[in-house]
Design a protein around this ligand. Structure first.
Ligand code: SF4
Length: 217
């Protein structure tokens, strides 16, 4: 899991995977946006370091596609994906899954007081202090967490259906438009066109992949 600074190292990693063999590829990559971070993260890192998910997610998907590794490596998106619009966007851009901590924390009662590392969490979530913990009612809050999860999935599905696809995995970059200057919007597929696999060392990547898996069998 990482927050991206420059995409260059990911290209180097993909080249190295082809040199060493596809079995060396990770099963998945979790890409976190610069906007993510726990309440105990240093503020300077939270606010100013890394590329936002809006930019880094398409980079990761496109680089894996370019090197023929998209089927091999699952992409998990993370970083303030608390509402159905952003979850649908991430799936449309190319994520296989999303993870969210923040949305579930909110539904549990987190007020973002950023004391997670001090054992003084006022809502009783991130503390061992028995008095503070008593403020968290599992009976009530479990229902709220369940409601959040249920409604999030329901609304992502609703967005997918309104775009004319049968399930959220059918969303593509053509379904997303990004507002530009002058209130005009552009399809995301124009801003980040789908990548096509390149030839690697003169051989198409699919062939490299096939040869590598034959060698490994
Ligand atoms: S409410 Fe608790 S869990 Fe939420 S940020 Fe504050 S200390 Fe952390």
């Amino acid at each position: 899991k990482f927050v991206m600074g420059s995409p260059d190292w990911l290209e180097s990693l993909c080249k190295r995977i082809h040199e060493v063999g596809l079995e060396s590829a990770p099963d998945f990559i979790t890409i976190d946006g610069a906007e993510g971070g726990t309440g105990s993260a240093p503020v300077a890192l939270m606010d100013d370091v890394g590329i936002s998910l809006n930019e880094s997610l398409p980079y990761v998907v496109d680089i894996l596609t370019k090197y023929g590794l998209r089927d091999q490596v699952r992409v998990i998106a993370s970083g303030k994906l608390t509402n159905p619009t952003m979850v649908a966007w991430a799936l449309a851009v190319g994520a296989d899954f999303i993870t969210s901590a923040r949305g579930f924390m909110f539904s549990l009662g987190c007020i973002q007081s950023m004391h997670c590392h001090k054992d003084t969490c006022p809502t009783g979530i991130a503390t061992h202090n028995v008095r503070l913990q008593s403020g968290l009612s599992p009976k009530i809050k479990s229902q709220r967490v369940m409601n959040f999860h249920h409604n999030l999935i329901h609304e992502v599905e609703m967005i997918a259906h309104s775009c004319g696809v049968t399930e959220p995995r059918g969303l593509t970059r053509q379904h997303v438009r990004i507002v530009q200057g002058g209130s005009k919007s552009k399809p995301f597929s124009e801003i980040f066109p789908d990548e096509t696999p390149i030839a690697f060392q003169g051989i198409p990547v699919e062939v490299v992949a096939e040869n590598t898996s034959e060698k490994n069998n």
